[in-house]
Design a protein around this ligand. Structure first.
Ligand SMILES: Cc1ncc(COP(=O)(O)O)c(C=O)c1O
Length: 383
């Protein structure tokens, strides 16, 4: 596609299409070969080099959506997380991580970075004065997730990007929850954006993938790291992800709309103690959300009232599935304490306000009335 300014739906549908030169079909052909001629000028395609026709083209779609120069599609969200982090850090370096991040990322930092002789600190990034105290001569990286998982706390993107520049740090954001439809962190000066494409980019709970978007300059070391670690995606799945991303904007808009209505509904229920959603006026950072998000996202969490048994509640829901993961077209719910944050210690969970009564809802595209009916029937059943 040209560099002309295009609408988001047009980019979702058309950017990064593989041209069907033979039959002139409307959709991308899949090139599944792992053995390409090497006499051509430039880089010969090879799946683990991340440069097959399908991989290269899809990388353009994620780059364009994230307002980046370069994109990369990887085998999982954790492949994106690990490659991005290790492209910046080397032995002897120090990094600052947001305390509230995806449990798997936290586990990677704690279990793997130490073995590379890399020091790390977890800190609340809303308090830049305490972050400043942690920055040392060998600090290279600041890593964030906003809105955070599972409490939907926000970090000020512009403030973090400025802080990073001031201290000569590279900033990385996991933008999985917001998606580029609701938030474009590079516009605020963040250096590298990454995704678990298993979630909204894939959107149908049937693909595991990851994505990174950044400048050409910062992408080069990421690509070299990715080639060494080998976490590439099969072209059949790359193709499926391209197909899924054609509806990204439509899906996420509907999911975001549903999330707002469900958050407002849940906030009024006597069986709910608290709702965390940046689109609610009661969210302590609602104004910040308005200033850096174009939509408030489709994830929310809520705390059940103490007398309600969380397991009975989850079992009594019928339409809303109690399953792992998020970002699909179907509405799903889970207990962060038992799933995404189960690898944290009890003390770490307590410190972050994650207990068995906290549930996380990933809003799908169903009619919101049907979802509310499901909650109503569930409560009647267990009371
Ligand atoms: C915010 C976030 N980042 C990264 C990941 C890791 O992604 P994947 O499971 O695709 O490796 C997840 C997975 O749940 C996630 O929720």
């Amino acid at each position: 596609m040209t560099n002309k300014i295009r609408g988001v739906n047009t980019i979702c549908v058309h950017e990064g299409e593989v041209e069907d030169r033979q039959y002139k079909g409307a959709i991308s052909p899949i090139f599944t070969t792992t053995a390409y001629a090497y006499h051509n000028e430039g880089d010969s395609p090879y799946p683990r080099y991340f440069n097959t026709p399908n991989q290269k083209q899809l990388s353009k779609k994620i780059a364009r959506l994230e307002h980046a120069e370069a994109g990369l599609i990887l085998g999982s969200g954790m492949a994106a997380v690990s490659c991005a982090i290790l492209s910046v850090l080397k032995s002897g370096d120090h990094a600052v991580f947001q305390d509230q991040i995806y449990g798997g990322t936290r586990n990677f930092i704690k279990k793997e970075l130490e073995s590379f002789n890399i020091e790390s600190d977890f800190v609340n990034l809303t308090d830049l004065a305490s972050v400043e105290k942690l920055v040392k001569e060998n600090t290279r990286l600041i890593y964030l997730e906003t809105p955070s998982n599972p409490l939907l706390e926000l970090v000020d993107l512009e403030a973090i990007a400025n802080f990073a520049k001031q201290h000569n740090l590279i900033s990385i954001i996991d933008n999985t929850f917001a998606t580029p439809i609701n938030q474009c962190p590079l516009d605020f000066g963040v250096d590298i954006v990454l995704h678990s494409a298993t979630k909204y980019l894939g959107g149908h709970s049937d693909i595991t993938a990851g994505a990174i978007a950044t400048s050409e300059e910062l992408m080069l070391p990421i690509l070299l790291k990715a080639r060494n670690f080998g976490g590439s995606l099969a072209d059949q799945t790359v193709w499926l992800l391209e197909r899924s991303m054609k509806t990204l904007n439509l899906r996420v808009k509907q999911q975001t709309y549903n999330a707002q209505l469900l958050a407002e509904y849940l906030e009024k229920q006597d069986w709910v103690e608290q709702v965390n959603y940046p689109g609610l006026v009661s969210h302590p950072q609602h104004q910040l959300a308005k200033s850096q998000m174009t939509g408030f996202g489709a994830m929310l969490s809520f705390r059940l009232e103490k007398n309600i048994d969380p397991l009975n509640f989850l079992n009594a829901l019928e339409l809303i599935k109690d399953v792992l993961s998020l970002g699909g077209v179907e509405t799903t719910i889970l207990s962060p304490a038992k799933t995404s944050h189960s690898l944290l210690t009890e003390a770490e969970r307590k410190n972050q306000g994650i207990d068995n009564h906290l549930l996380r809802l990933s809003c799908g595209i169903e009619e919101v009335e049907d979802l509310i009916d499901d909650f109503e029937a569930c409560i009647q059943k267990i009371r």
